[in-house]
Design a protein around this ligand. Sequence first.
Ligand code: CUA
Length: 175
Amino acid sequence: MHIDPLEKKWAQIVLAICAFFIVIIMMEALFHGVNAPSNVETIDSAKLHLSKEFAEDNLGVQVDENGEIIIRMVAGRYSFFPKKITVPAETKLTFRWVSMDVLHGVHIPMTNMSTMIVPGFVAEIETSFPKPGDYPVLCNEYCGLGHDHMWSKIDVVEKGQWQAPQVITKGGDKK
Ligand code: CUA
């Protein structure tokens, strides 16, 4: 089979570009904690208020029995609930997101937080905030007419100034 030298050259360039992108994806996954949400944990989006974990009283910041900080958030047209939470900077945080209605996304600039929130599934992401300040929480999946206005805020304070809420178990049962 004859391959024209020019065609061969361009094929090599295309392969090189593909390899370059694969390297970038690998670097982000390995060194920046950016990866596809792989957990396929399901939840009934229509009954969040009745669920043990995502009932209204359990939303927001909690510390579990192992000292892990877990933040449970609900996305719904058109905001993230609770509207405002306070977390410490430079600390590992586990966010658990669910949708109460349609497909939403969540993006927090300056962090690795960018995921879809698919109705029926829990999106769990580990992140940390590099420094104190107000971080916007933005929806990055088109979810309806109010999509542009779907955002809330996270208040990040110095590690030493943060006060942990009462310790509760992972299932959401208050001790
Ligand atoms: Cu929610 Cu766009």
